[in-house]
Design a protein around this ligand. Sequence first.
Ligand SMILES: NC(=O)c1ccc[n+]([C@@H]2O[C@H](COP(=O)([O-])OP(=O)(O)OC[C@H]3O[C@@H](n4cnc5c(N)ncnc54)[C@H](OP(=O)(O)O)[C@@H]3O)[C@@H](O)[C@H]2O)c1
Length: 338
Amino acid sequence: MVVTKHWTKPGDFKGNPTENDFKLVEENLPDDLIDGEILCEAVYLTVDPYMGIPGEHLGKPFGKYKTMFGEAVSKVLKSKNGKYPVGTLVLAPSGWRTHFISNGDQPPLRPIPFDLGQLSPSLALGPLGMPALTAYSGLRMCEPKAGEICVVNGAAGAVGSIVGQLAKAKGLTVIGFAGTDEKVSWCKNDLKFDYVYNYKKITLEDALKESAPNGVDVFYDNVGGDFHHEMISKHMRIRGRTCICGSISNYNNKEPKTYPQNNLTIFLKELKIYGVLVTMHKSEGPNALSELAECIKKGELRYKEEVYDGFDQMPKALAGLFKGDNFGKAIVKASNYP
Ligand SMILES: NC(=O)c1ccc[n+]([C@@H]2O[C@H](COP(=O)([O-])OP(=O)(O)OC[C@H]3O[C@@H](n4cnc5c(N)ncnc54)[C@H](OP(=O)(O)O)[C@@H]3O)[C@@H](O)[C@H]2O)c1
């Protein structure tokens, strides 16, 4: 008999997610598959900041759920479906589960959309997965041009580290902000960002006085809150473009902050402010990710992963995102492959 473990979230988060918000439950899966079915075992699971957003903001299908949602790379253990032979790797929104049965459509299975070569399959959840596509699509909306100045926060994270490198490759001056000196040093020395600051040690004002005294053309915002407000109201150049990608600093604020309107600045400078939602860019995924996979294989695109060992680490890994524990893409390794 196959026993699947899954993590449930019995109630709402009270503030940012903590390890105590989740409960591990076990369930037996049927011994026999019916025609068309596949039994899968998760190898790598992702934790992402959106999993910590209160349910009411996510709406259907996430508003009312029991098992935590999310994507995983899984291996096929048993198969009665010719499309997915035993040993195949698949991507699926299978939630925080060790094992699951799919008929190919429910949950929907996808092959890894690029040639992995010698790369770890976990990359399909990070630098060659959803966060990378978010970086790629959001930066493109901002029409970055060589010679311009780009600010990215969350710079050492899954999305931010790719944004900064893509902007560098396009010839922009990249200014990154991250929360530890180790992260700052990686962005500067390995990713070759032009300026990188520890936002816990220097104000945005002082940092930009040095690196962008005449303003910023492209602002890729992963953090929101005070950082966002100050950038828009003070530091953008005329016709600057902002991509609002995330707002991790205030997803779970008990008393949400309000800010003075900055409409005047926005129209006087003709700023463009875009939101990016990765699910709107699915069709671009295969081409964009194949392109990025080639860059990674050639060593032109760098990445880091924070790998938590064991399915029991899922809550810790998620909670860690909100404390800056992850250095690069946070991943949970649940089983071995091959
Ligand atoms: N719109 C979309 O479709 C989409 C898709 C994917 C991700 N996102 C968003 O993009 C952002 C980055 O996601 P990711 O997956 O790349 O996460 P990540 O950057 O890999 O991990 C989260 C990081 O956020 C930073 N952080 C946490 N709390 C913070 C705070 N109060 N103030 C400033 N920084 C804080 C921490 O880094 P430090 O140590 O540097 O503080 C932490 O390591 C998130 O806001 C996420 O929701 C949006």
